[in-house]
Design a protein around this ligand. Structure first.
Ligand SMILES: C[S@@+](CC[C@H](N)C(=O)[O-])C[C@H]1O[C@@H](n2cnc3c(N)ncnc32)[C@H](O)[C@@H]1O
Length: 302
């Protein structure tokens, strides 16, 4: 799967290099976290879970400047501000950078010992009160997010009317075909089952195109989220400047406000990217090869 590259930042720690699509992803996170916070006004606070936190800072390869990573975006969002943002990170150097950059936020930033997020998740969820509004950002590089983790997050507030919302990076490209061939067991862990093999076999036999296969994988993943009880599953495809597909962001909520906010973020952030990154041509290309937005939830297009 994709290999990250890093830049030495002004504070001496590493910052992850961010291309336009990473900036777009983080703009979506920023817009959603602020909308989510606002919707939590009467609750007075909320909890953020960031399982693949990175270093806390990125370096924009377009603007050539430092920019906050997902944990700082969550910590800065509001009002109301997050009561706590719970972070995990697997890489030693990233964990050191993350810990240093979150220190100014005191007890609001909880950094778990370096480790596999899939193993840390029960510990992290134990720190989220079941009555508090909560939102999880799950941003792996490739196949590191196990379905059991998604399931555990969905089950955390099982006795409550609303589940923890989840925004998940689902990698359909950046090495996915090779992953299927070389490490099918990892794909099993991502989906929580082996039904993706039917899509892979259909693609291998050329009964479906690569675009159809990509759409089918995303729908299958979305079906899994609906089986966990989420009323709405939205997705957005992220692409390179050339128009070649990279991955999907998949959002699961059972709150109508959550759906409204993310719907608007998915649409409006595109305009911000054009304005702020001067990437008009990013979105001026011919029709994308698969619909960039597919509503997988209650509207039943999936
Ligand atoms: C795409 S980057 C995250 C970027 C970050 N969310 C941001 O916005 O700056 C994925 C991160 O997950 C970390 N990682 C990979 N596998 C992991 C695992 N099993 N558990 C925890 N962290 C992991 C990587 O070291 C990397 O920092």
């Amino acid at each position: 799967m994709s290999r990250d590259t890093y830049h030495e930042a002004s504070d001496g720690f590493r910052a992850r290099n961010a291309d336009t699509w990473t900036e777009e992803k983080l703009m979506i996170l920023h817009a959603y976290a602020n909308g989510f916070a606002q919707a939590c006004k009467s609750a007075g606070g909320w909890y953020g879970l960031d399982l693949f936190s990175g270093t806390g800072m990125n370096y924009s390869t377009t603007r050539l400047e430092e920019m906050p990573g997902s944990p700082l975006i969550l910590l800065e969002a509001g009002a109301p501000k997050a009561t706590k943002v719970l972070c995990s990170e697997g890489s030693r150097r990233n964990h050191a950078a993350l810990s240093a950059r979150c220190e100014p936020y005191g007890a609001r930033a909880v950094i778990y010992p370096r480790g596999d997020a899939n193993e840390l998740v029960p510990q992290m969820l134990a720190d989220v009160p079941v009555r508090a509004p909560a939102f999880a950002f799950l941003d792996p590089e490739g196949s590191e997010l196990h379905w059991s983790t998604v399931e555990a997050i969905a089950a955390h507030k099982r006795a409550q009317p609303r589940k923890v919302e989840q925004l998940i990076l689902f990698p359909t490209d950046t090495g996915f075909v090779r992953l299927i061939a070389d490490h099918p067991e990892k794909v099993d862990r991502m989906f929580g089952h082996g039904r993706w093999r039917e899509i892979a076999a259909a693609r291998l036999a050329e009964r479906i195109t690569a675009d159809e296969a990509r759409g089918d994988y995303v729908r299958l993943y979305g079906d899994g989220l609906r089986e966990l009880g989420y009323a709405t599953v939205l997705d957005k495809q992220m692409q390179k400047q050339s128009g070649s597909p990279l991955y999907f962001l998949i959002f699961a909520t059972d709150h109508p406000a959550g759906r409204r906010i993310m719907d608007s973020c998915f649409d409006k952030v595109k305009l911000r990217v054009i304005e702020e990154l001067g990437q008009g041509r990013l979105f001026d290309m011919a029709e994308p090869r698969v619909p960039r937005r597919t509503r997988l939830g209650e509207d039943g297009l999936g």
